[in-house]
Design a protein around this ligand. Structure first.
Ligand SMILES: Cc1ncc(COP(=O)(O)O)c(C=O)c1O
Length: 409
């Protein structure tokens, strides 16, 4: 029995879910909640003027953007000046790397992984042309995990930064961020964590985890195509400014040339409004602050997702010729409901197309985690097949997915 999450209530907030398709490519991008759509429409229809001037429409435009900035900061338990809103996580990591580069010297070391999306890898690897040594923390090909021992072997007195993911967009597996951050800090280095594949599934608490930099993309979090870069205030203060010279001391604008997109920023508070509505529907009135309310609803989402994904994992474990890429457990503490697999002798894209004939949308490819796919020896068969769920998927949809896969494999 699924733990209680009122999926009818959740789904009513996503107009596209009224269509005939079962959508299982949510790790590529989720739908945007109605609260987000409403805010973007209101901003563009009524307030699309230069924000922050001395007339009502302009003041309201500025306030809609500021509300969203405060909401995103509260969502991850940070202060607004510690949260930069940029166009994508790939761009945000690139900007961060440019801003930290002047603080790194010849022989300093940066650690990246071979499991993660290229966003938190490539921008750092490019620094190797500037005298910085880049080391690779390789995932264990049996457990599909980034084992702490692998990192321990790489850390030394020259390590300045360790860049890794909170959740793999291929395996769905979580890393233990607080424990890894402690290890990294003990070695005198900073931690930069890609939380893109984690954020749609679990609450984020950058303060509790003591992480130095944390990133997530809001278009995979029921919002518009934007992304958040959190950095501890002291790190942002020390970072090189990238924007207009007169903004050198403005946090976080100093890191964000051109500033954030206005109408999409205005929409961001719709993400927390949606999650809060989900919370109120399930938990009733609450005295908790927003971050506490989100933590509570994500607890419920985690339990729901664990039950949702279990039948798919069981089906794949029993299906001959299938190689699951990741931990076979549905345990909510170990993984998100993002499931990747390969089928012996079969091209991943061909399987995704066969499943699409049943109006079930899944993904195939490397999902820009090309180093992981290469290490698994799957580059020549089109990468992996990936089915990624979020809380608005239902047990019935998972049954449809399993039936379609059973025919296709
Ligand atoms: C785990 C992970 N990190 C980073 C990214 C890149 O995010 P963006 O598209 O915002 O650059 C993705 C996108 O798929 C991802 O899945």
């Amino acid at each position: 029995m699924s733990p209680p999450l009122d999926t009818a209530f959740a789904r009513a907030h996503f107009p596209a879910l009224a269509g005939p398709w079962a959508l299982f490519e949510n790790a590529g991008g989720t739908l945007a909640a109605e609260q987000v759509l409403d805010r973007i429409r209101t901003y563009m229809a009524e307030y699309q003027v230069q924000p922050g001037a001395a007339y009502p429409a302009s003041a309201r435009a500025a306030e809609m953007i500021a509300e969203s900035h405060r909401a995103m900061a509260a969502m991850i338990n940070a202060q607004p000046e510690e949260v930069m809103i940029g166009p994508s996580t790939s761009m945000n990591v690139f900007l961060l790397a440019q801003a930290l580069k002047p603080g790194l010297g010849e022989g300093d070391e940066v650690v990246v992984t071979n499991l993660d999306h290229e966003a938190n890898v490539g921008a750092w690897r490019k620094l190797s042309g500037e005298g910085i040594t880049v080391r690779e923390w390789r995932f264990d090909r049996e457990s599909f995990a980034l084992e702490p021992a692998g990192l321990a072997a790489l850390l030394n007195e020259r390590t300045r930064l360790v860049c890794f993911g909170h959740c793999s967009n291929i395996t769905g597996g979580f890393t233990d961020v607080p424990a890894l951050v402690r290890t990294i800090h003990d070695a005198g280095a900073l931690a930069c964590v890609d939380g893109v594949a984690y954020a749609p599934h679990r609450a984020i608490d950058v303060k509790a985890w003591d992480v130095d930099f944390y990133l997530c993309s809001t278009y995979k979090l029921y919002g518009p195509h934007l992304a958040l870069l959190y950095g501890k205030r002291a790190h942002f203060e020390r970072a090189a400014p990238l924007n207009h010279v007169f903004l050198d001391d403005e946090l976080p604008l100093k890191l964000n040339p051109g500033g954030p997109n206005h109408e999409l920023s205005a929409g961001l508070a719709g993400v927390t409004a949606y999650l809060d509505a989900l919370h109120a529907h399930h938990e009733g009135e609450s005295n908790l602050p927003l971050h506490g309310r989100l933590a509570a609803i994500f607890e419920r989402i985690a339990a729901y997702e664990e039950a949702l994904v279990a039948p798919l994992l069981e089906f794949l474990a029993a299906k001959p010729g299938v190689r699951l890429i990741g931990n076979p457990t549905a345990d909510r503490h170990a993984r998100a409901p993002t499931v990747a697999f390969a089928v012996e002798g079969r091209d991943a894209g061909e399987i995704a197309r066969a499943v699409a004939a049943h109006r079930v949308a899944i993904g195939a490819g490397d999902f820009y985690a090309a180093r992981c796919i290469e290490a698994l020896g799957l580059a020549t068969q089109g990468g992996v097949v990936r089915a990624s769920m979020v809380h608005y998927n239902t047990a019935d949809e998972v049954e449809r997915l399993i039936r379609a896969l059973d025919e296709a494999i």
